[in-house]
Design a protein around this ligand. Sequence first.
Ligand code: SF4
Length: 159
Amino acid sequence: MVNQDKFQILQNECSTCVKCSLSSTRNNVVFGRGNPHSKLFVIGEGPGQQEDEQGLAFVGRAGKMLDSAFLSVGIDTNEDCYISNIVKCRPPNNRKPLANEVKECLPWLNEQIELIKPKVIVLAGSTAVQLEMISSICQFFTHHIFCEILQKKKVNQNG
Ligand code: SF4
């Protein structure tokens, strides 16, 4: 169970971050969305236009596709997982985050992972998949957690 106070403090600190130049063009820091108490953590590349405007992760077209794909196997992205990105501020014109931006922003993600302690990390997008350290964690746990979530849904539906 994530420490809610620490998670909120982390989010508050991140919301004013100016560690890289993306801070000068963003509208909002996009810390994430979903349930930080869940065991599934989805990591994308970075916020797009709608995410930047709303301050929420994966609410644009890609987010709707993710919602729909997960829902097809019984996973509600707001209840059953937490979603965030490698960089928390939108790169201009949706370009790929630069290496120095990723480097500056990764400590936020690492702290999110440490607090949430997910059993599965799903990497969405090439920037996320290229991060080999996260990728190896993902491969280790994937089967177990998907079975667990689906089982929970089945029990709820039957009960
Ligand atoms: S992208 Fe990350 S490191 Fe850069 S300003 Fe935003 S929160 Fe800070």
